[in-house]
Design a protein around this ligand. Structure first.
Ligand SMILES: Cc1cc2nc3c(=O)[nH]c(=O)nc-3n(C[C@H](O)[C@H](O)[C@H](O)COP(=O)(O)OP(=O)(O)OC[C@H]3O[C@@H](n4cnc5c(N)ncnc54)[C@H](O)[C@@H]3O)c2cc1C
Length: 443
């Protein structure tokens, strides 16, 4: 039976978990009498799987973000930075986009879909010298950086200096790192043909992985294929190695070797969202939100957590990996669970069916395992693009992405800078750690 009074659902985070949770909840809003609100610091969500394509000029960067207001129909969206939650008073505190004025929202149900941030271990020189790939701005910055270094190399007379300028190091060889290495190798070598004093052989990519194989999350035969493909194209794939110090123009490896490089891309894992640390909420040893019955935050009634920020255990007792497909699966389940609670229906057991994994390697090659079927090379790459084109929300955006890709087959990429690389250490501004104290805690 439809409840008489409205139930307020607040979702924090409008990424793959939060935006999809709102969209699924909208379907039940009338029947379950729900009033849905979503808060995110951005008024768009980033379609992460296509970020590297944006960074290497296959896609217009704008086309990798999706407007939340357009994605949702009846959800009330508020752009702001959530900086505290009172789980007893059931209140969320957030700052307006001006970063100053405090606002509060009360909830009956709260969905935490805060995502993650790039893991930055305490390696000396890391925070000052590395580039990340976690936002549209990062993608543009990286592309600008590569073009800047090509321009510098073009007028550099010292061959050693030129090699350092054209040596790009990627640390972390899971999906993101492998894709960055593969796509940038193709991008830089193609771009180098436009420079009189740069030879294609001068450009070098090194991929460094701490584990003894790349693509740890995918079957070892596919990972071996990926490593071989990258090596054949000249990428120096190093496993079982790690970085112990980073300088502006070089890095020091744990084996004592120094590599002269001006550009280090850090893609070595994720860390919990900084807000979680501030909240009075159960977390596991690494700081991710602990859940019971799949997505219910331990010990907190009507508080749910999904996506990268949560530990969502499957029926086998293992956590689902931090991927977009699992965040969307969690979103679908949590929307259904809230509806069932509202309508006094029995809950379904929590389970997300994994469809598989895809990793792009650049040069129209990829590896994939989808519904148990393994693919590699061009067919896997074609599948990769088809899957993400279909997953991109909205017909208009799908059309733009398809158009970018079609034009990319007909014309060469543009090698121009957009000027973003001149910003100092762009990543330092990320995930502002809200140090604000809410009014209710001020004496
Ligand atoms: C480069 C890259 C490539 C990837 N490729 C793939 C892929 O090919 N396939 C795949 O399955 N997964 C991929 N992933 C992983 C995937 O994108 C994540 O697992 C997924 O986005 C997790 O969803 P989420 O909702 O938990 O977090 P997100 O999608 O990151 O959403 C979190 C949201 O919360 C907001 N937020 C956080 N804190 C606050 C706050 N305090 N106040 C207000 N708003 C806040 C953020 O702005 C963000 O919009 C990739 C990730 C990266 C970085």
């Amino acid at each position: 039976m439809r409840p008489d009074t409205k139930t307020k659902v607040i979702i924090i985070g409008g990424g793959f978990g939060g935006a999809y949770a709102a969209q699924y909840l909208e379907k039940y809003a009338r029947r379950a009498n729900l009033d849905i609100h979503l808060i995110d610091r951005n008024n768009y969500f980033t379609f992460y799987p296509l970020l590297v394509e944006a960074g290497t000029g296959h896609l217009e960067p704008r086309h990798t973000v999706v407007s939340i207001r357009r994605f949702l129909k009846t959800t009330q969206f508020k752009m702001g930075e959530v900086y505290d939650i009172d789980f007893t008073a059931k209140k969320v505190a957030y700052l307006a986009p001006d970063g100053l004025s405090q606002h509060f929202l009360e909830y009956d149900h709260l969905i935490l879909a805060l995502g993650s941030q790039t893991f930055l271990p305490p390696v000396p020189g890391l925070s000052e010298n590395v580039f990340l790939i976690k936002s549209m701005q990062d993608a543009i910055t990286l592309r600008d950086r590569a073009i800047q270094k090509l321009e510098e190399a073009n007028i550099e007379e010292d061959p050693d200096q030129r090699s350092a300028l054209l040596h790009f190091v990627v640390v972390g060889a899971n999906y993101t790192g492998v894709e960055v290495a593969g796509e940038f190798e193709a991008f830089i070598k193609e771009a180098s043909q436009r420079y009189d004093n740069v030879q294609t052989e001068d450009c070098k990519i090194t991929l460094i992985e701490r584990e003894n194989r790349i693509l740890n999350a995918i079957d070892s035969d596919l990972a071996a294929y990926a490593a071989k493909k990258l090596q054949k194209r000249g990428v120096d794939v190093r496993t079982g190695q790690t970085v112990s110090k980073i300088f502006p123009n070089s890095i020091l490896l744990d084996n004592g070797e120094t590599i002269a490089t001006h550009t280090v891309v850090w893609a070595a894992g994720i860390a919990p969202n900084a807000l979680i640390e501030k909240l009075d909420i159960p977390v596991d040893g690494k700081g991710y939100i602990e859940c019971e019955n799949g997505v219910q935050v331990k010990g907190l009634e009507n508080v749910w957590a999904i996506g990268d920020s949560a530990v969502n255990l499957g029926p086998d007792g293992n956590p689902y990996p931090a991927t977009a497909q699992h965040a969307i699966g969690g979103a679908r389940y949590v929307a259904d669970a809230i509806k069932r609670k509202q309508l006094n229906q029995a809950q379904k057991p929590f389970e997300i069916i994994s469809k598989g994994a895809l990793a792009a390697l650049g040069c129209r090659t990829a590896v994939a395992k989808v519904f148990g079927v393994k693919l590699s090379g061009f067919p896997a790459w074609f599948l990769w693009r088809t899957v993400y084109l279909f997953k991109m929300p909205g017909f208009a955006r799908k059309f733009r992405v398809a158009l970018d890709w079609t034009l990319g087959l007909l014309f060469k990429r543009e090698y121009v800078q957009l000027g973003v690389h001149q910003l100092p250490a762009p990543y330092l501004k990320k995930t502002p750690k809200a140090e604000q104290v809410p009014e209710w805690q001020q004496s």
